[in-house]
Design a binder for this molecule. Structure first.
Ligand SMILES: O=C(O)/C=C/C(=O)CC(=O)CC(=O)O
Ligand SMILES: [Ca+2]
Ligand SMILES: [Mg+2]
Length: 405
């Protein structure tokens, strides 16, 4: 028996999970799968085992594998689980396992198009009250369609990448004129990101009941947000420079197949959405997130509380005939539950600065200070009582480069 044949039942990166990442080996970057605290060099392991289709992993991103589609993803997963389970393959596995400690993980995919949704009713209600006081918190369309905006795919960065405080225009309600400078209300948004694979042609919407087949897996996602820049710029076209400077994702992509036991019914949708958004595939996911600010756990956002299903998001995203490509990424929107300690942004947690958060060292915060580190983590139920881990999505704030261009 080798160590990977006898992992404890509560190992969050056991055979039921097997998330993918891209590791920067001395002789090139390649796709790996995680098993406990090791990464398996998939292309080399497959080569060793005589599995020719493993060449798709001999690349510096997941995109070629994403392009192959769900039948290939399922076959690869079955092969990988069999290879790790069966002791006769131990010689094909052992030489290609690398301790994670000391391994550099890269952005796991070349992000094609990036969309961010707004699917938490609690978050949308809170932000509505804070940004548009005196108006109904939810806009009239909110319960009829999953609201989203197209973001900037080129600034999606991997966990561990520092985030430079953005500069931009802001104008508070009492300022006579806009001013330019480093954001003074830099925030996070705890979200999940959904990685799209296969493709759909222009003019051919993805039906709700086929939507999950197009979703390869899930990452943790932090949609860094400069609230002062956002509040001044967003009307009437939506978020722009307040969010496009950086979006962090976890290095590990948890395959949807690992989350088969995590599907849960959505909270009741009233009014019933239009038929293209209605059906049994409109499930939620029981994924419990956690937000750590420096070393203090400040929030535990529950994805199971999200109003819209990821399947509804993808059906809506393509219902106008927009095509999808391997490497498309969509964010769920900030995950906020009903309780204060489950809010997924500091705008909400500090109620726009009125109720600062106290950290473990006794200091208080409303928004991010230079040097602060944010870490998102999550777990989900796996098959047979196992636990599915997601790794971490972390980022540290660096000072603004300049206060004037
Ligand atoms: O209500 C608004 O004007 C904007 C809210 C957001 O910050 C948008 C966003 O990124 C969506 C989300 O993460 O839920
Ligand atoms: Ca967001
Ligand atoms: Mg962003």
């Amino acid at each position: 028996m080798d160590w990977w044949h006898e992992l404890p039942a509560d190992e969050p990166f056991g055979l039921a999970n097997l998330p993918y990442a891209v590791a920067d080996f001395p002789d090139g970057a390649r796709v790996v799968a995680r098993i406990a605290d090791h990464a398996l060099d998939l292309a080399r392991c497959a080569e060793h085992a005589g599995m020719e289709s493993g060449a798709v992993w001999d690349r510096p991103s997941l995109n070629a594998f994403l392009a192959e589609g769900p039948a290939s993803w399922a076959a690869a997963r079955t092969w990988l689980q069999d290879t790790l389970r069966d002791q006769t393959y131990a010689d094909c596995v052992a030489p290609h396992l690398h301790p994670l400690d000391g391994l550099d993980l890269l952005l796991p995919l070349e992000v094609a198009d990036y969309v961010d949704f707004y699917a938490s009713e609690h978050h949308a209600t809170n932000v509505g009250e804070l940004f548009r006081p005196g108006q109904p918190a939810l806009t009239p369309n909110w319960k009829h369609l999953p609201i989203g905006y197209h973001g900037r795919s080129g600034t999606v960065v991997v966990s561990g990448t520092d985030v430079v405080r953005p500069c931009g225009q802001r104008k508070g309600p009492n300022d006579p004129e806009p001013v330019f400078g480093p954001s003074v209300r830099l925030d996070i948004e705890c979200e999940l990101g959904f990685v799209v694979g296969g493709s759909s042609a222009i003019g051919e919407p993805i039906a709700l009941d086929r939507a999950w087949e197009h979703i390869f897996g899930v990452v943790l996602l932090n949609d860094w947000s400069a609230r002062d820049i956002q509040a001044w710029e967003y009307a009437p076209l939506g978020p722009f420079l307040g969010k496009s400077f950086a979006t962090s994702i976890s290095a590990w992509v948890v395959p949807m197949a690992a989350l088969s036991a995590a599907h849960v019914p959505l909270p009741a949708q009233d009014p019933a959405p239009l038929p293209y958004l209605r059906g049994d595939a409109a499930t939620g996911l029981d994924i419990s997130c956690a937000v750590t600010w420096n070393d203090t756990l400040v929030s535990t956002p529950p994805f199971a509380q999200m109003y819209w299903s990821p399947a509804q998001m993808l059906a809506h995203l393509s219902v106008n005939g927009a095509s999808t490509r391997p490497g498309d990424l969509f964010g769920s929107g900030t995950i906020s539950g009903p309780a204060k300690e489950t809010r997924g942004s500091f705008l909400e947690l500090s109620w726009n600065g009125a109720e600062p958060v106290t950290l473990g060292d006794g200091s208080t915060r409303s928004f991010l200070q230079d040097g602060d580190t944010i870490t998102l983590t999550a777990t989900a139920p796996g098959p047979g009582g196992s636990v599915i881990g997601f790794g971490a999505c972390t980022g540290t704030i660096r000072p603004a480069l300049t206060s004037s261009p």
